[in-house]
Design a protein. Structure first.
Length: 93
């Protein structure tokens, strides 16, 4: 899930406030509520991704690669095109 960040800037004050929201819809709802209170405020919802989500995605991709390599190794062994220790026929031990 993509999280959202609400950035509020009041005109003339130069004050920036940021608040993390659980999702984009919550951010948009909060944005409307802020605009109803202060007409001269500028609000912006920015989608963000947490570091934990980034790491989980990275490891899912990595594990997918490892699983695919194991599948290829298994297929190679079934075809009889090599030994499980990956020695080539031309190598001298």
């Amino acid at each position: 899930m993509i999280k959202a960040l609400l950035i509020v800037t009041a005109l003339g004050g130069g004050v920036h406030h940021t608040t993390e929201m659980p999702d984009m819809q919550t951010c948009l709802d909060a944005r409307v509520a802020i605009m109803e209170q202060t007409k001269d405020a500028k609000t912006l919802c920015v989608p963000t991704v947490s570091e934990t989500d980034k790491m989980q995605e990275f490891f899912q991709i990595f594990m997918g690669i490892v699983e695919r390599m194991k599948e290829l190794e298994y297929e190679r062994d079934l075809q009889g095109t090599g030994s499980s220790d990956w020695e080539c026929s031309d190598c001298k031990g």
